[in-house]
Design a protein around this ligand. Structure first.
Ligand SMILES: [Zn+2]
Ligand SMILES: [Zn+2]
Length: 279
């Protein structure tokens, strides 16, 4: 069974437990390695959004940055702290980030320059927001879970197409080691998966072309009663030999390794022979 997770969060972003608590639990589980991947959300307009109001109310303003220069100091400090702390634990600790990819003009160039100056080990892309065609910020997908909320968007399906297109661009950018929760948008109750099979298949194709990994996330089990991605898309990933990694997307110590035994069985059942590993 896979005895590590590369998709975990700490109090540096929106999780319940500290880095120290997460590392102790990983040691308790008998893991020999772990990747810490707190959120990295940098968008020029983010401070004018309901999302920012929300994270400020929750005392997590550091969840949202609107300036790459300021963000650099914040993340560089976190990386130093993780590296220093990791030395006290008998396991290999990789420093990563879960990055929201944005599509407005200039974002990718700025991001490349920014990330080149940081000493992280890896990046995953996890996309949590609705954007419009220009990459303007519309809102946090979690705020549109119920039908009354998503109805307010007007054209939900159009926003979902743009969302999948954003993920495809993120994959094609070549900036990331693996993709998190491919069909996270399933948490929106009005989402009709048959309408978006082709969008998902295009992402699978992009993953294959770039050689990037993809996660099978047990967070979906906790949130919507099924894995991300759903089984037919998982089978396509296997068919195209996209390297897969099981993720817990742990936001507290008790979620580390959550349902990994079940996820291993799923991977066996779909015939997965190609696993993702950081080296
Ligand atoms: Zn995520
Ligand atoms: Zn996450």
């Amino acid at each position: 069974m896979q005895k590590f997770s590369y998709h975990t969060h700490t109090k540096f972003s929106d999780a319940e437990n500290t880095l120290e608590e997460m590392l102790s639990q990983a040691v308790n589980l008998g893991w020999e390695e772990i990747g810490i991947s707190d959120h990295m959300v940098i968008h020029k307009d983010i401070k004018n959004t309901f999302f920012y109001e929300k994270v400020c109310r929750e005392n997590r303003p550091h969840m949202a940055h609107d300036d790459f220069n300021e963000a650099k100091e914040f993340f560089a400090r976190n990386i130093d702290y993780i590296r220093k702390t990791a030395k006290k634990y008998p396991l290999k600790v990789y420093v990563g980030f879960e990055v929201d990819y944005f599509t407005y003009d200039g974002w990718e160039e700025e991001f490349r320059e920014f990330i080149n100056q940081l000493d992280n080990d890896y990046l995953l892309t996890g996309n949590h927001f609705f954007l419009n065609n220009k990459g303007d910020f519309i809102g946090d997908i979690s705020d549109y879970k119920n039908k009354e909320e998503s109805d307010k968007l007007g054209n939900l399906d159009e926003y979902i197409h743009i969302h999948f297109n954003t993920i495809k661009k993120a994959v094609k950018s070549g900036l990331f080691n693996f993709l998190a929760h491919l069909d996270y948008v399933r948490k929106v109750k009005a989402y009709e998966s048959e309408k978006f099979t082709d969008d998902c298949l295009q992402i699978v194709k992009a993953l294959k072309e770039t050689g990037m990994g993809c996660e099978l996330s047990t967070k979906g089990l906790r949130k919507i009663g099924d894995y991300y991605p759903q089984n037919n898309i998982l089978r396509e990933l296997v068919k195209e030999k996209v390297p897969l990694v099981i993720s817990d997307d742990a936001h507290k110590t008790t979620e580390l390794g959550y349902a990994f035994d079940k996820a291993e069985n799923v991977l066996k059942e779909v015939g997965c022979q190609c696993r993702f590993r950081l080296k």
